[in-house]
Design a protein around this ligand. Structure first.
Ligand SMILES: Cc1cc2nc3c(=O)[nH]c(=O)nc-3n(C[C@H](O)[C@H](O)[C@H](O)COP(=O)(O)O)c2cc1C
Length: 329
């Protein structure tokens, strides 16, 4: 194996999802694979102080590396690291390539997967049935229109709990790229195109989440303006992702990515609905109606549906040179 080959696997790993698209993964190329670090400067101090979502994101990146290596015929042995940080780089895992592995069919989906935050095409029972086929040991599907309607209500209530926190909103805004003139538009965070917002909507979102939040909230207008739950009722289904209690979030992250790829392999587009899992009340509701098994916890959720025809927004990602590190531990 060559350093160029390993760098190619890392480039593919960088296509994995990450919370707010902060892209916390940093990589050091080794003779036999790579070491994965978390860049602590990308940690969401308000939304993710303990680094749970960062670890989900890092686990997804490691799975991306494994899928890319598998296509080239390598297996990957993963060792979790508990070493002290080097500056803002926290060692997470050592990934060693081994010889002789078969390509995973999900590897073929990696380059086309992307969050789809716009509307989906209205569908009939056949698509709802296809969605039900996504049920697995760690995935439950809610497809009845009544449940989708209630899920929308739960999401709006949960979203408001987070959004009325000034720190949460400011942090979210700092990762939003609302104008194409933003120098980070194509690099990281959530740009307006990826959030399926036109220019006016993006300007409006900036005002509602920023300067106008307090007056609008006092007038009772901020909550309805930020509510997005009603669109869920028109989606095909919600997929609940649950893993056993006590599993390392890094491991759950690999399975989270695999479920997303499975959803896309079944012909659906998806967007994450983290608030359904992150808010205690919404989580309790979804766990109950989704019959999340005892001993499992609801980790995250997706809204899914058929994508309308047309181009998907280009992915915002840091250039490979910025995610490679050469630090010595
Ligand atoms: C732990 C985690 C939580 C996420 N939460 C949300 C969310 O609540 N809403 C959303 O639209 N996307 C969410 N995402 C998706 C990311 O924003 C998305 O993966 C990132 O912007 C990169 O874009 P891509 O998925 O198109 O590659 C989440 C991703 C992860 C890993």
């Amino acid at each position: 194996m060559t350093a160029d080959e390993i760098t190619g696997f890392i480039a593919e790993a960088s296509l994995a999802p990450s919370v707010h698209n902060v892209q916390p993964a940093r990589w050091r190329v080794e003779a036999d694979g790579a070491t994965l670090f978390e860049d602590g400067s990308r940690r969401l101090a308000v939304a993710d102080p303990r680094g749970h979502d960062a670890l989900i994101s890092l686990g997804a990146s490691a799975e991306g590396f494994r899928l890319a290596a598998g296509r080239a015929g390598y297996g990957v042995d993963t060792e979790l690291l508990d070493w002290p940080a080097i500056g803002c780089l926290r060692p997470i895992a050592r990934l060693r390539l081994t010889l002789g592995s078969e390509a995973d069919p999900l590897a073929a989906i990696v380059t086309s997967r992307a969050s789809h935050r716009g509307a989906f095409v209205p569908v009939g029972d056949a698509a709802r049935e296809a969605a039900s086929a996504l049920v697995a040991d760690d995935a439950t599907v809610l497809a009845s229109p009544k449940l989708l309607l209630e899920a929308g209500r739960q999401l709006d209530a949960a979203g408001w709990t987070f959004m009325r926190d000034d720190g949460f909103r400011h942090e979210l805004l700092s990762w939003m790229r609302l104008s194409r003139r933003d120098p980070n538009w194509s690099r990281d965070g959530l740009n307006a195109a990826a959030m399926a917002m036109g220019r006016m909507e993006a300007t409006g979102a900036g005002l509602v989440l920023g300067h106008l939040f307090s007056p609008l909230a006092s007038a009772g207008l901020a909550k309805p303006l930020l509510a997005e739950g009603s669109r869920i009722a028109k989606d095909t289904a919600i997929v609940l992702f649950h893993r056993f209690d006590g599993e390392a979030p890094f491991t759950s992250g690999a399975h989270f990515y695999r479920l997303w790829l499975r959803i896309e392999a079944a012909g659906f587009g998806a967007a994450v609905l983290a608030a359904l899992a992150d808010d205690a009340e919404a989580n309790a509701w979804a766990s109950e109606v989704g019959r999340v098994p005892a001993g499992h916890r609801l980790v995250n959720a997706f809204r899914i549906g058929r994508r309308p025809a047309g181009r998907t927004a280009p992915r915002a990602r840091l250039p490979i040179g910025e995610i490679l590190v050469s630090t010595t531990a």
